[in-house]
Design a protein around this ligand. Structure first.
Ligand code: ZN
Length: 303
């Protein structure tokens, strides 16, 4: 079990150079020793110390330690990736591309922005388990600012986007959360959110909004808010919304609509791994994920 560095000096000692990063990836990838993906042989030769590539001693297949990770094909040093992932994983509120640019001393703001986009892309596990048990669900609106990207902080006019949220309740504490941009508060939109985020058989607690009336596959406990302030009936989902809004303002000086879902995904990622930064670090490097290499066009896509 490799411990995650707890401070910058510890990070420097643990990952002093490219070879140390490559070695760490090697151990993560084959914790029980090398196994050739082509022929299953367990002996390999090491080619190159920095971008470690292994060559199977039997079939001569070459395997890069970065294959299948978020780092693959990047021109940036491994150490830059590791430091970026460590900063993003351990920093309580995360980082804007501008902060990352300054911290890493990268040549351009744009390369920091692209690096951060790739790290964010690794934040959503396509095979994550839906929320289950008792789940609070509600919707809110998030203000956004207009303007192209990449953009620095500054004043601009914007509007509001609707966001649905769900929080697992484990005893008296919140478990995992989900946040998603929704087009409207109709039964169709809210039903789709619940179906994607919450396992069948769960119990959904809502404020009794008609949009939740026709939920399928889950038990619904509408709590008619009436005179009672909504934050008393649905305390956790309201706290999550409030934190997400404060975070958006504090770290990003407001969110841009084109990437709102990516920002929400980052917030959810942080919240769900708030007690396991080492798991966050692994995931940010794309370990345990089978991602297609992301192109610039995919990352800036507005779909
Ligand atoms: Zn082989």
């Amino acid at each position: 079990m490799v411990e995650l560095p707890r401070s910058l000096p510890e990070f420097e000692a643990r990952f002093p150079d490219e070879a140390a990063c490559a070695r760490w990836l090697l151990e993560k990838r084959w914790p029980d020793g090398f196994r050739c993906p082509a022929c299953g042989h367990d002996k390999a030769w090491e080619l190159g110390r920095e971008r470690l590539t292994l060559q199977c001693a039997a079939c001569e297949r070459q395997v890069s330690v970065t294959a299948g990770t978020a780092l693959h094909g990047s021109h940036l040093p491994l150490r830059t990736w590791f430091l970026a992932a460590w900063l993003v994983a351990t920093h309580k509120n995360g980082m804007s591309a501008r902060q990352l640019w300054l911290q890493l001393g990268l040549g351009s703001y744009k390369s920091a922005w692209l690096l951060l986009r790739k790290l964010r892309r690794a934040m959503v596990d396509p095979e994550r388990e839906p929320l289950a048990g008792l789940v609070e669900v509600d919707e809110t609106s998030l203000p956004f600012r207009a303007g192209g990207e990449p953009a620095g902080p500054g004043r601009s006019h914007g509007g509001k986007l609707l966001v649905a949220g769900a929080v697992e309740i484990r005893g008296k504490r919140p478990g995992r959360i989900r946040l998603a941009v929704i087009g409207d508060c109709s039964a169709v939109a809210l039903g789709a959110f619940v179906a994607a985020a919450i396992a069948a058989g769960s119990t959904v607690v809502s404020d009794g909004w008609p949009g939740y009336k026709r939920l399928k596959d889950v038990k619904h406990e509408p709590t008619v808010v009436g005179e009672t302030p909504a934050h008393l009936v649905l305390p956790w989902v309201h706290r999550v919304f409030a934190n997400a809004k404060r975070w958006a303002l504090g770290v990003y000086h407001g969110l841009r609509p084109a990437h709102l879902q990516a920002y929400l995904d980052e917030f959810v990622f942080r919240f769900n791994r708030r007690r396991t930064p080492h798991a966050a670090f692994d995931r940010l490097l794309g370990l345990g994920l089978t991602l297609e290499p992301a192109t610039y066009q995919m990352l800036i896509g507005r779909s």
